[in-house]
Design a protein around this ligand. Structure first.
Ligand SMILES: *Cc1c(COP(=O)(O)O)cnc(C)c1O
Length: 375
């Protein structure tokens, strides 16, 4: 009997003793909901990102997107320009506000929103442009902000992949209109589940602080100190989207470990780049790692070889992924729009394992299989 090979996961959580102790501490203190741990996590995130940003933590990245969009004041009849090539969460968050996602194509080099395609799709109903930092790259984000200025749009960045990345010398979020992060189990850092909205706009931040707690005005400030509001007003639709102390306790430890995770991710990505960039039949994204801390590592393989590689990896117990099925192909969001680049990429994409616990030997095996099977 051969030995059972360990499964190499495409993504995974990395949790240690410190996270376990931090959760135990919250449980022992007995205040599990939103309280001081969330307040401290928000302050630490704000310090980490810099530029005095407001940070509002919620229970998922999807919820963070939804309240961020709501806080920008959109609703039925409004349109949001968004790349089709994103996790379904982005589209669901838009449609949850009543607004319509307008699916845009992506640039083939970076898989980020194709500005010219977005420009063609702008109507008088467009209110927001929502770039997605695919595989942690920002693409030409400056062009997104230029377009937004010219057409009077708010910018909500789906930065779920890009926590801790640097853009124009600052952390992603530091210079954003609004940026949204996810701390789900497999992202650059995790709080179990969780998400955050980062903004320099005080009205937007205030709206989100209330909206995450059923719209109760100024309840966040009370909860941070273990109190509640008994006499209050509500002026906006709200939700139960707040983060719990249990989640924040995990997130606070993970934030301290960011550099450790980042260097492991960057090292793996650079090695993949070095080994695969000259391999004919394989195309990589144009991303410079270092400032960019990759959440996933997609490669592109033409001519049915993608599935050959995928199957060969699986035989060796190595998982891979498809990020993502384009949203404009889903029944809920189907229109007559045709996005040639996105549809081509969908046939070619394969995400190979990248997380801090992929070993050198495992990575060498992955590279060897790809090189052998694309021939
Ligand atoms: C993970 C992710 C989200 C949503 O985050 P959750 O915390 O899982 O709700 C949104 N957009 C993208 C691109 C993501 O990868």
């Amino acid at each position: 009997m051969g030995t059972i090979k360990e499964i190499v996961r495409v993504s995974k959580s990395v949790i240690g003793q410190k996270e376990i102790e931090a959760v135990a501490d919250v449980l022992q203190r007995g205040y599990l909901g939103m309280g001081q741990d969330v307040h401290l996590f928000e302050q630490e995130l704000s310090d980490f990102i810099g530029n005095n940003r407001s940070v509002v933590c919620v229970n998922t990245g999807t919820a963070a997107l939804q309240v961020a969009l709501q806080a920008c004041g959109i609703g039925p009849r409004d349109e949001v320009l968004v790349p089709s090539l994103t996790y379904i969460a982005t589209f669901q968050a838009i449609s949850a506000t009543g607004a319509t996602p307008v699916a845009c194509d992506v640039s083939i080099e970076t898989c980020t929103i194709d500005i010219e395609d977005a420009l063609r799709r702008i109507t008088p109903r467009a209110r927001i442009i929502l770039p997605v930092h695919y595989a942690s790259g920002m693409g030409d984000l400056e062009q997104v902000y230029d377009l937004a200025r010219e057409h009077d749009l708010r910018v909500v960045e789906d930065a779920a992949h890009a926590f801790g990345c640097v853009w124009q010398g600052e952390r992603v979020g530091a210079l954003s209109d609004v940026a949204v992060f996810s701390f789900d189990g497999i992202k650059n850092i995790t709080s179990g589940e969780g998400g955050a909205v980062v903004t320099g706009n005080n009205d937007t931040a205030g709206h989100i602080q209330d909206a995450r707690l059923l719209g109760v005005q100024k309840d966040s400030q009370k909860r941070y100190f273990g109190q509640r509001s008994w006499e209050f007003d509500v002026v906006h639709q709200g939700w139960r989207f707040h983060m719990s102390n249990i989640m924040a306790a995990i997130g606070r430890i993970q934030l301290k470990r960011f550099e450790e995770f980042a260097s492991a991710r960057v090292q793996l990505a650079k090695e993949y780049q070095k080994e695969l960039k000259e391999v004919s039949g394989v195309r990589l994204l144009e991303i410079e790692y270092g400032d960019i801390v990759p959440h996933i590592f997609p490669i592109f393989i033409e001519n049915e070889k993608r599935d050959v590689v995928r199957d060969a990896l699986l035989v060796e117990n190595i998982e891979s992924g498809i990020h993502y099925k384009p949203n404009h192909l889903l029944s809920l969001y189907k229109t007559d729009c045709h996005l040639p680049v996105t549809e081509k990429l969908y046939q070619e994409m394969l995400t190979i394992p990248l997380h801090p616990e992929v070993s050198i030997a495992q990575q060498a095996k992955i590279i060897e299989i790809i090189k052998k099977k694309v021939q």
